[in-house]
Design a protein around this ligand. Structure first.
Ligand SMILES: *Cc1c(COP(=O)(O)O)cnc(C)c1O
Length: 332
């Protein structure tokens, strides 16, 4: 297991899919990218079925449920120039590329991401910087994608420098799965490129405690020793982490890795992701069950990104108002 699994033959050869499923999975692969890097393939090979469910394709991905939506969080509608998403006045997303080291079967950008997609050209990057510079209300730029940490240290360093030069941008953030997916890419050269003057926060996408392997922790420590704070975001996923014990183990593992659990996301209704759906009522019960058994520092905010670009809301907050959890349930 020294290569990233990128096609159906490699999936079958690794024993991650039965050969009888070949033609169905080929149809999935024509529509959605596949990548399972060695760090995750090893975990799956050692009994990590729950973890593997996130990355192993399934023919169910070709079935769109009635409530699902190709642009579930309206990224496209909120994009003034290529690569920028501006929904909240004080924050903007910058997506320098749409490739990832691992492709999650439940990704809300699954229609856009893939190995050869979305690298912004120099001209497009210049337009993005110009947009950010022309909007003094923007205090924070969030690099996302795709996974910005798979850019070369030189390229990423250049982007961070340009953003830091815009006077009203106070803080920067990078959303990534790279340190757990491909820890070998988290080199001292990358850590040096991230060691900038401006406050930089890294938000790690982690859904299962097993993802925090020793190499991943060692890479994260390179960043933490340079004073870069790391937060965690988790997607609540059926069959992966939708029970109290698994979530408690995950959030405790994050604290041990000096990662502050930030958000627990309700799954966005991207097409073909119904097998991961957890009802909001169940999510609320799970997060409530952690209170009292887990350090308050280990408990993230359970959040819903409302369809149609309406933005994020805290689900416990909504539930506390008159019976509104039903308001946002999939049966609406
Ligand atoms: C989630 C998101 C953000 C960041 O939200 P925080 O609550 O600050 O983490 C910013 N812009 C867009 C478009 C988003 O979807």
């Amino acid at each position: 297991m020294s290569h990233t699994i990128r096609d159906v033959s490699a999936l079958i050869d690794s024993g991650f899919a039965p050969s009888a499923s070949r033609s169905g999975l080929e149809a999935v692969a024509r529509r959605y990218a596949i990548a399972i890097p060695p760090a995750f393939a090893r975990l799956i090979g050692h009994g990590g079925d729950a973890l593997g469910r996130q990355f192993i394709p399934d023919v169910a991905e070709l079935v769109t449920a009635a409530h699902e939506n190709p642009d579930p969080v309206a990224d496209e509608a909120l994009s003034p120039v290529p690569g920028i998403v501006h929904r909240y006045p004080d924050r903007a997303l910058l997506k320098p590329l749409l490739a990832c080291p691992v492709y999650c079967r439940f990704c809300f950008r699954r229609e856009q991401v893939g190995p050869d997609g979305g690298l912004l050209s120099e001209t497009e990057l210049e337009s993005a910087y110009a947009y950010l510079a022309a909007h003094p209300e923007i205090r924070e730029v969030i690099l996302t994608g795709g996974d910005p940490l798979i850019l070369s240290p030189r390229r990423l360093g250049a982007i961070l420098r340009r953003l830091s030069d815009i006077p009203h941008i106070e803080t920067l953030r990078i959303h990534t799965r790279m340190p757990t997916a491909t820890p070998e890419l988290l080199t001292p050269a990358l850590a040096a490129a991230l060691d900038i003057e401006a406050p930089l926060f890294i938000v790690m996408h982690i859904n299962h405690a097993a993802e925090l392997t020793a190499p991943a922790m060692a890479g994260l420590a390179l960043l933490q020793r340079r004073g870069i704070p790391i937060l965690g975001q988790t997607v609540l996923l059926a069959g992966v982490n939708d029970d109290s014990e698994t979530l408690a183990q995950l959030f405790r593992a994050m604290l041990r890795a000096r990662i502050k659990p930030y958000y627990l996301h309700q799954l966005d209704p991207a097409p073909g992701t119904a097998r991961f759906h957890v009802p909001i009522e169940r999510g609320l019960a799970l997060i409530e069950s952690l209170r009292g058994t887990l350090s308050g520092t280990a408990i993230p905010t359970y959040i819903l990104d409302r369809p149609g670009g309406l933005g994020k809301v805290s689900l416990p907050h909504i539930a506390a108002q008159a019976k509104p959890a039903h308001h946002y349930s999939e049966t609406e």
